[in-house]
Design a protein around this ligand. Structure first.
Ligand SMILES: NC(=O)c1ccc[n+]([C@@H]2O[C@H](COP(=O)([O-])OP(=O)(O)OC[C@H]3O[C@@H](n4cnc5c(N)ncnc54)[C@H](OP(=O)(O)O)[C@@H]3O)[C@@H](O)[C@H]2O)c1
Length: 327
Protein backbone atom coordinates (compact mmCIF):
# COMPACT_ATOMS: atom_id res chain seq x y z
CA UNK A 1 0.00 0.00 0.00
CA UNK A 2 2.85 2.33 0.82
CA UNK A 3 4.37 1.91 -2.58
CA UNK A 4 1.15 2.37 -4.54
CA UNK A 5 -0.68 5.17 -2.74
CA UNK A 6 1.02 8.54 -2.48
CA UNK A 7 -1.85 9.93 -0.40
CA UNK A 8 -1.27 7.19 2.15
CA UNK A 9 2.38 8.17 2.34
CA UNK A 10 1.41 11.80 2.84
CA UNK A 11 -1.14 10.93 5.50
CA UNK A 12 1.26 8.58 7.20
CA UNK A 13 3.99 11.18 7.10
CA UNK A 14 1.75 13.75 8.72
CA UNK A 15 0.74 11.50 11.57
CA UNK A 16 4.22 10.25 12.29
CA UNK A 17 5.67 13.76 12.42
CA UNK A 18 2.94 14.75 14.87
CA UNK A 19 1.12 17.26 12.71
CA UNK A 20 -2.61 17.71 13.25
CA UNK A 21 -5.08 18.55 10.51
CA UNK A 22 -4.15 22.24 10.74
CA UNK A 23 -0.50 21.38 10.07
CA UNK A 24 0.56 22.59 13.51
CA UNK A 25 2.04 20.78 16.47
CA UNK A 26 0.73 21.50 19.96
CA UNK A 27 3.53 22.05 22.46
CA UNK A 28 2.87 22.03 26.20
CA UNK A 29 5.61 23.75 28.21
CA UNK A 30 5.81 23.79 32.02
CA UNK A 31 7.38 26.53 34.16
CA UNK A 32 6.81 29.46 31.77
CA UNK A 33 6.71 32.30 34.32
CA UNK A 34 10.40 33.00 33.66
CA UNK A 35 13.69 31.75 32.27
CA UNK A 36 14.13 28.88 29.84
CA UNK A 37 10.43 27.90 29.77
CA UNK A 38 9.32 31.44 28.97
CA UNK A 39 12.00 31.76 26.26
CA UNK A 40 11.13 28.53 24.46
CA UNK A 41 7.37 29.16 24.66
CA UNK A 42 7.78 32.58 23.06
CA UNK A 43 10.25 31.36 20.43
CA UNK A 44 7.86 28.60 19.35
CA UNK A 45 4.87 30.95 19.32
CA UNK A 46 6.75 33.37 17.09
CA UNK A 47 7.89 30.70 14.62
CA UNK A 48 7.97 32.32 11.18
CA UNK A 49 6.44 29.18 9.67
CA UNK A 50 3.66 29.11 12.29
CA UNK A 51 4.23 25.42 12.94
CA UNK A 52 3.24 25.48 16.62
CA UNK A 53 0.36 26.07 19.01
CA UNK A 54 1.92 26.69 22.39
CA UNK A 55 0.27 25.89 25.70
CA UNK A 56 2.49 27.87 28.05
CA UNK A 57 1.81 26.78 31.62
CA UNK A 58 2.77 28.06 35.05
CA UNK A 59 1.81 27.13 38.58
CA UNK A 60 0.89 30.68 39.57
CA UNK A 61 -1.16 32.45 36.90
CA UNK A 62 -0.54 35.70 38.79
CA UNK A 63 3.00 35.63 37.37
CA UNK A 64 1.87 35.79 33.74
CA UNK A 65 2.97 39.41 33.19
CA UNK A 66 6.50 38.74 31.84
CA UNK A 67 5.28 36.01 29.48
CA UNK A 68 2.38 38.12 28.20
CA UNK A 69 4.77 40.97 27.49
CA UNK A 70 7.31 38.76 25.72
CA UNK A 71 4.60 36.95 23.72
CA UNK A 72 3.25 40.24 22.32
CA UNK A 73 0.96 39.68 19.31
CA UNK A 74 1.25 35.91 19.57
CA UNK A 75 -0.72 35.92 22.85
CA UNK A 76 -4.05 34.11 22.36
CA UNK A 77 -3.07 33.47 18.74
CA UNK A 78 -0.28 30.91 18.75
CA UNK A 79 0.28 31.00 22.53
CA UNK A 80 -2.22 30.46 25.31
CA UNK A 81 -1.45 30.56 29.03
CA UNK A 82 -2.78 27.88 31.37
CA UNK A 83 -2.31 27.01 35.03
CA UNK A 84 -0.34 23.83 35.79
CA UNK A 85 1.49 22.81 38.95
CA UNK A 86 3.76 19.82 38.28
CA UNK A 87 3.42 18.77 41.94
CA UNK A 88 -0.34 18.27 41.54
CA UNK A 89 -1.73 15.45 39.40
CA UNK A 90 -5.20 17.03 39.26
CA UNK A 91 -3.83 20.27 37.91
CA UNK A 92 -1.91 18.40 35.16
CA UNK A 93 -4.99 16.35 34.24
CA UNK A 94 -7.24 19.41 34.20
CA UNK A 95 -4.86 21.22 31.87
CA UNK A 96 -4.50 18.29 29.45
CA UNK A 97 -8.27 17.60 29.52
CA UNK A 98 -8.90 21.21 28.49
CA UNK A 99 -7.00 20.69 25.20
CA UNK A 100 -8.88 19.60 22.05
CA UNK A 101 -8.66 15.76 21.89
CA UNK A 102 -6.22 16.04 24.84
CA UNK A 103 -3.62 16.18 22.11
CA UNK A 104 -0.05 17.08 23.07
CA UNK A 105 2.47 16.61 20.27
CA UNK A 106 5.47 17.93 22.17
CA UNK A 107 5.82 17.96 25.96
CA UNK A 108 8.51 20.29 27.31
CA UNK A 109 9.06 19.31 30.95
CA UNK A 110 10.96 22.36 32.11
CA UNK A 111 9.71 23.34 35.59
CA UNK A 112 12.45 22.87 38.14
CA UNK A 113 14.00 24.24 41.31
CA UNK A 114 17.57 24.43 42.59
CA UNK A 115 19.21 23.81 45.94
CA UNK A 116 22.81 24.36 47.03
CA UNK A 117 24.66 24.06 50.30
CA UNK A 118 26.12 21.61 52.80
CA UNK A 119 24.01 18.51 53.25
CA UNK A 120 24.09 18.94 57.05
CA UNK A 121 22.12 22.18 56.67
CA UNK A 122 19.38 20.71 54.48
CA UNK A 123 16.29 18.98 55.82
CA UNK A 124 14.95 15.73 54.39
CA UNK A 125 11.62 17.55 53.91
CA UNK A 126 13.31 20.15 51.67
CA UNK A 127 15.04 17.39 49.68
CA UNK A 128 11.73 15.60 49.17
CA UNK A 129 10.15 18.85 48.02
CA UNK A 130 12.88 19.33 45.43
CA UNK A 131 12.44 15.77 44.15
CA UNK A 132 8.69 16.29 44.05
CA UNK A 133 9.18 19.06 41.49
CA UNK A 134 12.30 18.01 39.57
CA UNK A 135 11.69 14.27 39.33
CA UNK A 136 8.09 13.40 40.26
CA UNK A 137 6.89 16.45 38.31
CA UNK A 138 8.34 14.85 35.17
CA UNK A 139 6.95 11.42 36.06
CA UNK A 140 3.43 12.88 36.59
CA UNK A 141 3.52 14.73 33.26
CA UNK A 142 4.75 11.72 31.29
CA UNK A 143 2.15 9.44 32.90
CA UNK A 144 -0.55 11.85 31.74
CA UNK A 145 0.53 12.33 28.11
CA UNK A 146 2.28 9.06 27.23
CA UNK A 147 -0.84 6.88 26.68
CA UNK A 148 -2.25 9.43 24.19
CA UNK A 149 1.10 9.76 22.43
CA UNK A 150 1.26 5.97 22.14
CA UNK A 151 -2.21 5.91 20.57
CA UNK A 152 -1.19 8.69 18.17
CA UNK A 153 2.03 6.79 17.41
CA UNK A 154 3.84 10.12 17.57
CA UNK A 155 5.19 12.65 20.01
CA UNK A 156 8.29 14.23 21.44
CA UNK A 157 9.16 14.42 25.14
CA UNK A 158 11.71 17.16 25.79
CA UNK A 159 13.11 17.30 29.31
CA UNK A 160 15.16 20.04 30.93
CA UNK A 161 17.97 18.19 32.64
CA UNK A 162 21.40 19.74 33.32
CA UNK A 163 25.12 18.99 33.00
CA UNK A 164 24.62 18.12 36.67
CA UNK A 165 22.52 15.19 35.45
CA UNK A 166 25.76 13.76 34.04
CA UNK A 167 28.38 14.97 36.51
CA UNK A 168 27.75 15.81 40.16
CA UNK A 169 29.19 19.07 41.48
CA UNK A 170 30.27 20.26 44.92
CA UNK A 171 27.40 21.39 47.20
CA UNK A 172 24.83 20.42 44.58
CA UNK A 173 24.29 16.92 45.99
CA UNK A 174 20.49 16.90 46.08
CA UNK A 175 19.89 18.94 42.92
CA UNK A 176 22.34 16.79 41.00
CA UNK A 177 20.70 13.62 42.36
CA UNK A 178 17.33 14.86 41.07
CA UNK A 179 18.75 15.45 37.60
CA UNK A 180 20.46 12.02 37.63
CA UNK A 181 17.00 10.61 38.38
CA UNK A 182 15.60 12.51 35.40
CA UNK A 183 18.39 11.16 33.18
CA UNK A 184 17.87 7.53 34.26
CA UNK A 185 14.11 7.85 33.83
CA UNK A 186 14.38 9.24 30.30
CA UNK A 187 17.15 6.91 29.19
CA UNK A 188 14.98 3.95 30.18
CA UNK A 189 11.77 5.39 28.76
CA UNK A 190 13.35 6.37 25.44
CA UNK A 191 13.66 2.76 24.29
CA UNK A 192 10.00 1.96 24.93
CA UNK A 193 8.89 5.31 23.51
CA UNK A 194 10.83 4.66 20.30
CA UNK A 195 8.70 1.56 19.70
CA UNK A 196 5.67 3.92 19.51
CA UNK A 197 7.48 6.48 17.34
CA UNK A 198 7.82 8.86 20.32
CA UNK A 199 11.08 10.77 20.61
CA UNK A 200 12.83 11.67 23.83
CA UNK A 201 15.39 14.45 24.35
CA UNK A 202 17.29 15.46 27.46
CA UNK A 203 18.45 19.08 27.28
CA UNK A 204 21.59 19.51 29.39
CA UNK A 205 22.50 23.16 29.98
CA UNK A 206 25.44 24.40 32.01
CA UNK A 207 24.77 27.64 33.91
CA UNK A 208 21.97 29.78 32.45
CA UNK A 209 21.30 33.26 33.74
CA UNK A 210 17.66 33.17 34.92
CA UNK A 211 15.61 33.56 38.10
CA UNK A 212 17.01 30.15 39.07
CA UNK A 213 20.42 31.66 39.81
CA UNK A 214 18.92 34.53 41.82
CA UNK A 215 16.74 32.15 43.86
CA UNK A 216 19.54 29.71 44.81
CA UNK A 217 21.92 32.48 45.88
CA UNK A 218 19.17 34.22 47.82
CA UNK A 219 18.43 30.94 49.65
CA UNK A 220 22.17 30.42 50.23
CA UNK A 221 22.51 33.86 51.85
CA UNK A 222 19.68 33.04 54.26
CA UNK A 223 20.84 29.47 54.91
CA UNK A 224 21.40 28.43 58.51
CA UNK A 225 24.85 26.84 58.37
CA UNK A 226 24.96 25.99 62.07
CA UNK A 227 24.30 22.31 61.30
CA UNK A 228 27.58 22.08 59.40
CA UNK A 229 31.06 22.11 60.95
CA UNK A 230 33.07 25.29 60.66
CA UNK A 231 35.40 24.07 57.92
CA UNK A 232 32.54 22.93 55.67
CA UNK A 233 30.63 26.18 56.24
CA UNK A 234 33.77 28.12 55.37
CA UNK A 235 34.36 26.15 52.16
CA UNK A 236 30.77 26.81 51.13
CA UNK A 237 30.87 30.52 51.92
CA UNK A 238 34.43 31.39 50.92
CA UNK A 239 35.27 28.95 48.16
CA UNK A 240 32.08 27.62 46.60
CA UNK A 241 29.82 30.69 46.57
CA UNK A 242 32.30 33.20 45.08
CA UNK A 243 33.47 30.66 42.44
CA UNK A 244 30.02 29.62 41.54
CA UNK A 245 28.97 33.25 41.04
CA UNK A 246 32.03 33.78 38.86
CA UNK A 247 31.12 30.75 36.78
CA UNK A 248 27.62 32.12 36.19
CA UNK A 249 28.94 35.50 35.11
CA UNK A 250 31.70 33.98 32.93
CA UNK A 251 30.09 30.97 31.34
CA UNK A 252 26.37 31.55 31.85
CA UNK A 253 24.21 31.32 28.74
CA UNK A 254 21.03 33.24 28.05
CA UNK A 255 17.79 31.18 28.03
CA UNK A 256 17.68 31.66 24.22
CA UNK A 257 21.16 30.14 23.87
CA UNK A 258 19.86 26.88 25.36
CA UNK A 259 18.22 26.42 21.93
CA UNK A 260 15.38 24.19 23.00
CA UNK A 261 13.68 25.41 19.81
CA UNK A 262 16.37 23.75 17.70
CA UNK A 263 15.77 20.41 19.44
CA UNK A 264 12.01 20.63 18.88
CA UNK A 265 12.35 21.52 15.20
CA UNK A 266 15.10 18.97 14.46
CA UNK A 267 14.27 16.32 11.87
CA UNK A 268 15.88 13.65 14.01
CA UNK A 269 16.25 15.00 17.56
CA UNK A 270 19.07 13.58 19.69
CA UNK A 271 18.56 11.82 23.03
CA UNK A 272 20.99 14.31 24.58
CA UNK A 273 21.58 17.95 23.79
CA UNK A 274 24.43 19.55 25.72
CA UNK A 275 23.88 23.26 25.22
CA UNK A 276 27.22 24.72 26.35
CA UNK A 277 30.22 23.33 24.49
CA UNK A 278 32.55 24.60 27.23
CA UNK A 279 31.13 21.84 29.45
CA UNK A 280 31.76 19.01 27.00
CA UNK A 281 35.29 18.30 28.33
CA UNK A 282 33.88 18.10 31.88
CA UNK A 283 31.35 15.43 31.01
CA UNK A 284 33.85 13.65 28.74
CA UNK A 285 36.19 13.11 31.74
CA UNK A 286 33.57 10.86 33.24
CA UNK A 287 33.31 8.64 30.19
CA UNK A 288 37.09 8.55 29.81
CA UNK A 289 37.66 6.78 33.15
CA UNK A 290 35.20 4.13 34.39
CA UNK A 291 36.90 4.10 37.83
CA UNK A 292 35.78 7.71 38.34
CA UNK A 293 39.22 8.79 39.60
CA UNK A 294 39.88 11.20 36.75
CA UNK A 295 36.89 13.52 37.27
CA UNK A 296 37.16 13.21 41.07
CA UNK A 297 40.84 14.28 41.05
CA UNK A 298 40.16 17.03 38.53
CA UNK A 299 37.34 18.55 40.58
CA UNK A 300 39.26 18.20 43.84
CA UNK A 301 42.32 19.93 42.45
CA UNK A 302 40.32 22.61 40.70
CA UNK A 303 38.45 23.44 43.91
CA UNK A 304 41.10 23.11 46.59
CA UNK A 305 44.53 23.26 45.01
CA UNK A 306 44.64 25.43 41.95
CA UNK A 307 42.57 28.49 42.66
CA UNK A 308 44.75 30.73 40.53
CA UNK A 309 44.75 28.28 37.61
CA UNK A 310 40.98 28.06 37.95
CA UNK A 311 40.61 31.83 37.81
CA UNK A 312 42.92 32.13 34.82
CA UNK A 313 41.03 29.36 33.02
CA UNK A 314 37.75 31.16 33.61
CA UNK A 315 39.26 34.30 32.08
CA UNK A 316 40.32 32.40 28.96
CA UNK A 317 36.93 30.69 28.67
CA UNK A 318 35.17 34.02 29.01
CA UNK A 319 37.29 35.44 26.19
CA UNK A 320 36.64 32.41 23.97
CA UNK A 321 32.93 32.65 24.59
CA UNK A 322 32.88 36.35 23.78
CA UNK A 323 34.73 35.66 20.53
CA UNK A 324 32.36 32.82 19.62
CA UNK A 325 29.44 35.17 20.29
CA UNK A 326 30.91 37.82 17.97
CA UNK A 327 31.09 35.38 15.05
N1 LIG B 1 19.46 28.25 35.21
C1 LIG B 1 20.36 27.29 35.16
O1 LIG B 1 21.55 27.51 35.40
C2 LIG B 1 19.96 25.89 34.76
C3 LIG B 1 20.96 25.01 34.34
C4 LIG B 1 20.63 23.72 33.98
C5 LIG B 1 19.32 23.32 34.03
N2 LIG B 1 18.36 24.18 34.45
C6 LIG B 1 16.96 23.68 34.51
O2 LIG B 1 16.16 24.46 33.65
C7 LIG B 1 14.81 24.44 34.10
C8 LIG B 1 14.25 25.86 34.08
O3 LIG B 1 14.97 26.66 34.99
P1 LIG B 1 15.28 28.20 34.75
O4 LIG B 1 16.73 28.37 34.76
O5 LIG B 1 14.49 28.74 33.61
O6 LIG B 1 14.75 28.79 36.15
P2 LIG B 1 13.55 29.75 36.55
O7 LIG B 1 13.63 31.04 35.79
O8 LIG B 1 13.57 29.78 38.03
O9 LIG B 1 12.26 28.97 36.05
C9 LIG B 1 11.79 27.82 36.68
C10 LIG B 1 10.32 27.69 36.41
O10 LIG B 1 9.81 26.49 37.03
C11 LIG B 1 8.62 26.86 37.69
N3 LIG B 1 8.22 25.92 38.74
C12 LIG B 1 8.81 25.63 39.92
N4 LIG B 1 8.07 24.73 40.60
C13 LIG B 1 6.99 24.45 39.84
C14 LIG B 1 5.85 23.61 39.98
N5 LIG B 1 5.67 22.86 41.06
N6 LIG B 1 4.95 23.57 38.97
C15 LIG B 1 5.11 24.31 37.86
N7 LIG B 1 6.13 25.15 37.68
C16 LIG B 1 7.06 25.21 38.65
C17 LIG B 1 8.88 28.25 38.22
O11 LIG B 1 7.67 28.85 38.62
P3 LIG B 1 7.59 29.97 39.78
O12 LIG B 1 7.94 31.26 39.12
O13 LIG B 1 6.18 29.90 40.22
O14 LIG B 1 8.58 29.55 40.83
C18 LIG B 1 9.50 28.85 36.98
O15 LIG B 1 8.52 29.20 36.04
C19 LIG B 1 14.83 23.77 35.48
O16 LIG B 1 14.42 22.43 35.34
C20 LIG B 1 16.31 23.82 35.87
O17 LIG B 1 16.66 22.76 36.73
C21 LIG B 1 18.65 25.46 34.80
Amino acid sequence: QRRTSSSYILLHHHTSSGLNSMGTRRVLVTGCSSGIGLAVAVRLAKDELRRFKVVATMRDAGKRGALEKAAGDSLNETLEIKQLDVCCEDSIRECVNSLPDRRVDVLVSNAGVGMIGPLESQSIAAMKELFDTNFFGLARLVKEVLPDMKRQQSGHIVVMSSVMGIQGLLFNDVYSASKFAVEGFCESLAVQAMKFNIKTTLVEPGPVVTEFERKVYEDAEKMDLSGADEETAKIFREVYLPYSKKIFSSLGQTPEEVQTFKVITAEDPPLRHQTNRLYVPMTALKHADPTGRLPLDAFYKMTFKHNSVFNATLGVLRMLQRRAGEK
